[in-house]
Design a binder for this molecule. Structure first.
Ligand code: RNT
Ligand code: ZN
Length: 413
C-alpha cells in the first residue's frame, strides 16, 4: 500500500473522503497577486511605495521591468498547483516606447501585453486601481480629499480601471474582480470624521455611475483599520466599506491583516455570506501589524479556509493573496504563500463537516472536541503530496527556485 492509500483509509475512518477533497481542490481558483515580484513597485512611476504599506528587505533579483516580472510569474505559476488567475494593479501598465498616460487616463491598450500574457496561458485577470505611490495622493488622501482636483483625478482613475477590467473580462473570457482600496486616513485624531467619509462615498458613487457589465466585472471594496502613518483614522473603515458594498450591491473584501489584532476574518465570513451573494478575501499574514508576511499553514489560515468550505461557499468567495516579502527569494515567497492557502483548503475539505455539525447540534461538545483534535494528527501530508503528484508537482520547489535564482535572478544586478 502506498502512503496515500494508507492515509486515505485513515481519513475514511474519520469520515472523510480524500478523493473528493482532492478533486474539489483542483477546481478552486486562487488569484495570485503580481506585486510580490517587485515589492509593490509597478512600472508607471518612480515614486516610493506609499499608502502606509511597506516592504522590507533587499533580496537580490527583484523584477524591474515587465519582461522580468512575467518571467518570474511564469516560474512561480509553474510551481503553484491548481487553478490560478493573475491579479494586477493599475501601476503595472506597460507603455510602448515614449508613450505615457497618467492614472486618470489609463486605457485598455496599456494592458494589452498583460492580456496577451494571460491569453497565452489560458488564465483570467483581476484588477486593482492604484490609489497610492503617486504625487496626486495629497496629504494622504485620494477619493476623500477636500481638493476637487485631487478627487476628480482619482474618480477618473476609478472609472478608467472599470473600463480596463471589462476589457480583461471580454478578452480572457473570465470575469474580472476589480478591487478598490484607498489608503485615505489621518495619523492623528481628526476633527471631522464624517466629512472625508461623505466625500469618499460621493466619489465612489460617481465612479460607479458609469455603466458596466455586472456579469463580467465584480467590484469589491476593501476596508482597513489603520496603516503606518494612518494610525488614528481610516476613511475606508470596516463599517464604511461593508455598508457601502451592501448598499450598492458591490462585493465586500476582507483582508485578514486589516482588523484589530484579536479580531479574526474566519469569524466574519459566515455573516457576510448571509448578506452578500459574493464576498472576496485578501489572504495575508500580519505579524503584530498589517505586515503582509508570506502566508503560512497556520491556524487562522486553516480556519479561514474551513469557513469557506463549511459554508459551502467555494463558488461565492473570490480568493486572492496579498503579501510582499522582499527579504527572501521572491518567487519562493509567492509559491510558499499560495501553496499554503491551497493546503489550508485541502485541510478544510478533509473535515467530515456534516458529522461535526451534527455533534454541535446535538450539543455533544465532548465528542466534537475529541474528533476535531483527532483530525489534526491525521496524515495530512500524504494527501497533500498526492494532490501535488496529480498536478505534476512535488513537495520540493526549492531546488528549482535556487536554480532559477542562480541562472536568472543573480544575473540581474
Ligand atoms: C493594503 C491593502 C491592499 C494592498 C494591495 C497592494 O493594506 O491590503 O490590498 O496590499 O492593493
Ligand atoms: Zn489587501
Amino acid at each position: 500500500m502506498t502512503r496515500y492509500e494508507e492515509a486515505k483509509k485513515i481519513y475514511a475512518e474519520l469520515g472523510s473522503d480524500t478523493e473528493s477533497a482532492i478533486e474539489k481542490l483542483r477546481e478552486i481558483c486562487i488569484s495570485v497577486h503580481c506585486w510580490q515580484g517587485d515589492d509593490v513597485g509597478g512600472f508607471d512611476s518612480k515614486e516610493a511605495l506609499s499608502g502606509g504599506i511597506q516592504t522590507t528587505g533587499n533580496y537580490p533579483g527583484k523584477a524591474t521591468n515587465p519582461d522580468q516580472l512575467m518571467s518570474d510569474i511564469d516560474k512561480a505559476f509553474s510551481l503553484i498547483p491548481g487553478k490560478k488567475k493573475l491579479n494586477l494593479h493599475a501601476s503595472y501598465a506597460i507603455f510602448e516606447d515614449g508613450e505615457y498616460a497618467n492614472r486618470d487616463a489609463l486605457e485598455p491598450k496599456h494592458f494589452k501585453k498583460w492580456v496577451d500574457f494571460a491569453k497565452e496561458r489560458g488564465i483570467g485577470i483581476d484588477f486593482n486601481p492604484t490609489y497610492f505611490s503617486h504625487p496626486m495622493v495629497k496629504d494622504g488622501l485620494t477619493l476623500s480629499s477636500p481638493d476637487d482636483n485631487v478627487r476628480r483625478f482619482w474618480i477618473d482613475h476609478g472609472k478608467a480601471c472599470i473600463r480596463i477590467g471589462e476589457y480583461f473580462a471580454s478578452e480572457t473570457g473570465y470575469p474580472c474582480v476589480i478591487n478598490f482600496w484607498m489608503p485615505d486616513g489621518y495619523k492623528d485624531l481628526p476633527a471631522d470624521r464624517i466629512g472625508p467619509r461623505a466625500r469618499m462615498k460621493a466619489s465612489l458613487d460617481e465612479i460607479l455611475s458609469i455603466p458596466y457589465d455586472r456579469t463580467k466585472v465584480y467590484i469589491t471594496l476593501e476596508s482597513k483599520v489603520f496603516g503606518i502613518g494612518v494610525e488614528s483614522y481610516t476613511v475606508g473603515s470596516a463599517e464604511f466599506a461593508l455598508s457601502y458594498s451592501i448598499a450598492n450591491s458591490l462585493t465586500p473584501l476582507m483582508d485578514n491583516g486589516h482588523y484589530h489584532p484579536t479580531e479574526v476574518v474566519s469569524d466574519k465570513i459566515s455573516s457576510l455570506l448571509l448578506f452578500s451573494e459574493k464576498i472576496a478575501l485578501h489572504v495575508t499574514r500580519g505579524v503584530r501589524w498589517d505586515s503582509d508576511h508570506v502566508v503560512l499553514f497556520d491556524d487562522e489560515t486553516k480556519e479561514i479556509a474551513k469557513e469557506i468550505v463549511r459554508s459551502d461557499a467555494l463558488d461565492r468567495v473570490f480568493i486572492a493573496t496579498d503579501y510582499f516579502d522582499a527579504s527572501i527569494n521572491r518567487i519562493s515567497a509567492w509559491v510558499t504563500g499560495v501553496r499554503n492557502f491551497s493546503k489550508a483548503l485541502l485541510y478544510a475539505l478533509l473535515e467530515p463537516k456534516n458529522e461535526l455539525k451534527k455533534l454541535q447540534e446535538s450539543a455533544d461538545f465532548t465528542a466534537l472536541m475529541v474528533k476535531m483534535e483527532a483530525l489534526k494528527v491525521a496524515p495530512f501530508g500524504d494527501i497533500w503530496n498526492e494532490f501535488l503528484r496529480r498536478e505534476g508537482m512535488s513537495d520540493d520547489y526549492l531546488t528549482e527556485i535556487k536554480d532559477y535564482e542562480q541562472k536568472i535572478l543573480e544575473e540581474r544586478k
